[in-house]
Design a binder for this molecule. Structure first.
Ligand SMILES: Cc1cc2nc3c(=O)[nH]c(=O)nc-3n(C[C@H](O)[C@H](O)[C@H](O)COP(=O)(O)O)c2cc1C
Length: 178
């Protein structure tokens, strides 16, 4: 089973990137996962739709990351109560690629609420594009305190919740891929 991880923060120092890389590493250790691909929206830097020239190679690369995956794991921060505009803009370059695709969503925030507003925003979008959402979400709060200097997560709730989040996503993806 192939999983593509989409990192949705546009910030150079994105904390979301650390969470996304950690989850990719964990997925890579699961026997059911044969390959992972990491799509970081910062590496693509698509212009606002219709307002600039977009690289055909970048479009093709992002598109194949969506199409080739059996499941899509989105890891995104909350910006002003929604998903970041740059993330939504990146997604807007594609449409049919999302249809009937298993998806999981992890949201990230510096504060206590784990990006729950971005989660609801994303769920609306996923429903609209006819994706199939995993039943289990992952809210990552106080991300600044999550990792120790060795990059190991030290927050109790995160360590309790992320294995089930990934297990349920893999369960769903396997069901659909069959
Ligand atoms: C433009 C902007 C808006 C933000 N809005 C929110 C917000 O609505 N709620 C929240 O909990 N954190 C908010 N944050 C803080 C992010 O949660 C914080 O930067 C965190 O590290 C995750 O984002 P990152 O991956 O870009 O670092 C905001 C940050 C930025 C740059």
């Amino acid at each position: 089973m192939r999983i593509t991880i989409i990192q949705g923060s546009p910030r150079e120092q994105a904390n979301t990137d650390k969470v996304a890389r950690f989850l990719e590493e964990q997925l890579g250790q699961n026997k059911a996962v044969t390959a992972t691909q990491f799509l970081d929206i910062r590496s693509f830097n698509f212009p606002n739709w219709g307002m600039g020239e977009v690289s055909k190679e970048d479009l093709a690369l992002f598109q194949s990351g969506l199409i080739d995956a059996d499941g899509l794991l989105f890891v995104i921060p909350e910006y002003n109560g929604r998903v970041p505009g740059a993330f939504k803009n990146t997604l807007d370059y594609f449409r049919s690629e999302y249809k009937k695709k298993p998806m999981a969503i992890a949201t990230v925030s510096a504060g206590s609420f784990g990006g729950v507003n971005a989660l609801y925003d994303f769920r609306d979008w996923a429903h609209y594009v006819e994706g199939i959402l995993s039943p289990t979400k992952l809210l990552v709060s106080k991300v600044g305190n999550l990792f120790n200097e060795q990059g190991v997560p030290v927050e109790e709730h995160f360590n309790l919740n992320y294995p089930k989040f990934l297990d349920d996503f893999i369960w769903l993806t396997e069901k659909i891929a069959k």
